[in-house]
Design a protein around this ligand. Sequence first.
Ligand SMILES: N[C@@H](CCC(=O)N[C@@H](CS)C(=O)NCC(=O)O)C(=O)O
Length: 265
Amino acid sequence: MLTLYHAPTSVCSQKVRVGLALMGLEWEGRLLDLQRGDQFAPEYRALNPDAVVPTLVDDGLVVVESSLILEYLDAEYNGGRLMPAGRAARVAARHWLLRCLHIHAAVNTLSFSTAYRERFLASHGPEDAAALARRFPDPIMGAKRRDLLEKGIESAYLDQAFLHLGRCIDDMQAQLSGPWLGGEAPGIADVALVAYIDRIDRLGFAGFWADRPAIAPWLARWRETPAYAEGIEAFIPPGSADQTRAAGARYWPALAARWAAFRAG
Ligand SMILES: N[C@@H](CCC(=O)N[C@@H](CS)C(=O)NCC(=O)O)C(=O)O
């Protein structure tokens, strides 16, 4: 049996759940509450030393890293059908999987410097950001979270996020010659990217790809699929989508101005 340790709205959990649904695989879930700090429990850190979700356990084999989990599931249970045929296409697909580390970091920055920051500050004092940072096993990840919560979109991490998000949407635009990066059907790169683009859109930041016309239809196409409904939509808590969008909207004008300056060089 496949067991997935995951969190409802975590982007990396979403991408694995979309993959599981697309591949039609049976799995059982162990939900973690990241706000409560379930990820820091010693029993969970024994599986995932970075204290992050998701983690897949397959008959005792522990697989971490969402992109690696997708590749593992496709290779072991799906006949490798999400991987494209052909040398160049396979290199491009694997490159997308690797780049998810940067893209995740960018989406994390854009979430925790805006709407997720507001959510944190609604129930915590400023000193709590420092205490939270100390719980992260990786001190650099902790320092980043603290900086985002304390400084919001004034954080220096914003430029790094713009760099990687910008490359992501430019390259998606260039490679989307058909409906999917995978061609006529979603491939592994499409599955790897859907949750990140979806989060940015849910934050109300679709303006990032206003001049990249292939991105919005690609996301709309995903939203028509049962895999999206099962992997993402089904786990969004009632009412939270509106809250996220409203909070994000308060940041968008300032964010858009910074983005325009960044893109202008
Ligand atoms: N590179 C990792 C990133 C995992 C990650 O950072 N997950 C986030 C949720 S999307 C998390 O668990 N954060 C824990 C926290 O915020 O304390 C992957 O792709 O699996």
